[in-house]
Design a protein. Sequence first.
Length: 241
Amino acid sequence: MCGRYAQSKSMAELVEEFGITGATLESPLPANWNIAPTQEIYIVRDTPEGQRELASVSWGLIGHWYKDVAQARASQSHAINARSESVFEKPTFRDSFRKHRCLIPADGYYEWATALGQYRPKQPFYISSAEGTSLSLAGIWSEWVSPTGQVIQSASIITREAVGMLVPIHSRMPVIMPSDRWSAWLDPSRKEIDELRGLMEFSEPAHGLTAHAVADTVNSTSNNGPSLTHAITLGEPETLF
């Protein structure tokens, strides 16, 4: 799963990197090296008119059936990730998968080692692009309207089975959408399930990624700053790749 990530680039940098041609936010989100569920995050999406926009939503998709704000907000932490293997059929996610796909920009994301790997359980790792570019995480978004008319837009990150050097850390990883598939993925007119599922399949899903161990300070959401992403040295026998 992906339960914490970093995003520190400015709106201007994201506009250039993701080819934003439409709307952006009136006020930018602050740089955040420890983004947690339910917090506001950037998403990139296409409008029906073909404009690519940078928007802000809450992390954790809200199902349309919730009846009040308290229930809707409480549900979010259970829907921060959607599995690629079932996103097209699960009631919480299937409509958004067909109609409301997005990209979620990230400097990198954190993962905590499981007991099944070679590292001590709960050892945090930071995974990012070896080239320093943003990761374009595949996502879906939704708009929930309360009985009183309050509108909350929310999003989930799509995950898949981990591959390659990520396997010893955790069994899941985000689906990272290569730039040559952005247009097809974001196009709201594309609704054929098999085609959309095909867009999430790659020969090398972890290509270009690098991972290193980081300090336990990332465990607390009260901690923030670029130092959270800095590499630490693990003692034997926990040798990094």
